[in-house]
Design a protein around this ligand. Structure first.
Ligand SMILES: NC(=O)c1ccc[n+]([C@@H]2O[C@H](COP(=O)([O-])OP(=O)(O)OC[C@H]3O[C@@H](n4cnc5c(N)ncnc54)[C@H](O)[C@@H]3O)[C@@H](O)[C@H]2O)c1
Length: 268
């Protein structure tokens, strides 16, 4: 079981200006990591860095797009300059766009870019260095939607499945060369994304929405091992097993849930 001690290591967290990413950055810095805080929201990134510094930690704000090919290349180059080596990469930035079959092409494209291609583009630049050094961590904030599905949200569900699939592929391909890959798959977490999820907020909050700090503590604790799945809501493991072992029963149950939501909407 490989352990990764964050003390004095160089770590990048994307989407760290808000929500889960900000909590991950604070937790990693509190455990001694030097953290590059990346976000397209420059004010958010600066805020997270100020919080880390006021707690005595070391962090660098890098504002910019962590999804496009040029954006990822610029982030990797800046992070290498600030940190020396990048020991761990938290591919955390994500978007939840569109609802139903009317989800526009542009929202599908953005979801694919941020939720999937960002990870591919980062891994392409990082993994060769990690293989040469025989060590590195790639941690993807996917979602329970990547193991199950998210009612109403096809672009989110499909791209989070792809995020998990890419992480699995990376693990399968590079595990023996020292690259440890982990996928954080929470259900509801109290962040701006959950607040913006409309009628889904209630559904996702009902099964005990977590605070970002709880997810971050669990995820950073998981650096002590190399388990692939990090499940802040442990019940997700049971749903995932049920989906695999009794797929039709699971789909039927999810459709019942969809119908209940539709009924609720029409009686509003
Ligand atoms: N909140 C939840 O209930 C929940 C549940 C499961 C998984 N997740 C996942 O957790 C991750 C973090 O989400 P959150 O809930 O903290 O949401 P959030 O909206 O609070 O934070 C996401 C951050 O990512 C940044 N971002 C978006 N696109 C970016 C880009 N191209 N480049 C750089 N930064 C970008 C945003 O500016 C924002 O600061 C996402 O991948 C999300 O899908 C969230």
């Amino acid at each position: 079981m490989a352990a990764f001690d964050p003390e004095n290591r160089g770590v990048v967290v994307t989407g760290a200006g808000n929500g889960i990413g900000a909590a991950l950055a604070r937790e990693l810095a509190a455990r001694g990591a030097r953290v590059v805080v990346s976000d397209i929201d420059a004010d958010g990134a600066a805020r997270t860095v100020a919080e880390i510094e006021s707690a005595g930690g070391t962090a660098f704000a890098v504002a910019g797009d962590a999804a496009s090919e040029e954006g990822v290349a610029a982030l990797v180059a800046t992070a290498r300059r600030e940190l020396g080596a990048i020991d761990a990469w938290y591919a955390n930035a994500g978007v939840d766009r569109g609802r139903g079959l009317d989800t526009p092409e542009s929202e599908w494209a953005l979801s694919i870019d941020v939720n999937v291609m960002a990870h591919v583009r980062a891994a392409r630049l990082l993994v060769p260095e990690w293989v040469a050094a025989r060590g590195g961590r790639f941690v993807v904030t996917a979602s329970a939607a990547g193991l199950l599905t998210m009612i109403g949200a096809p672009a989110y569900s499909v791209t989070k499945h792809a995020a998990v699939a890419f992480a699995e592929w990376l693990s399968v391909t590079y595990r023996h060369q020292g690259v440890v890959v982990q996928a954080i798959c929470p259900q509801g977490v109290r962040t701006g994304m959950l607040e913006r999820s409309g009628e889904l907020e209630e559904l996702l909050s009902r099964d005990s929405a977590l605070e970002p700090a709880d997810v971050a503590t669990l995820a950073v604790d998981a650096l002590g091992g190399d388990d692939f799945l990090i499940l802040p809501h442990p019940e997700v493991g049971g749903y995932y097993a049920a989906r695999a072992s009794a797929t039709d029963k699971w789909l039927h149950g999810m459709n019942k849930l969809q119908q209940r939501l539709e009924t609720k909407e029409t009686t509003r």
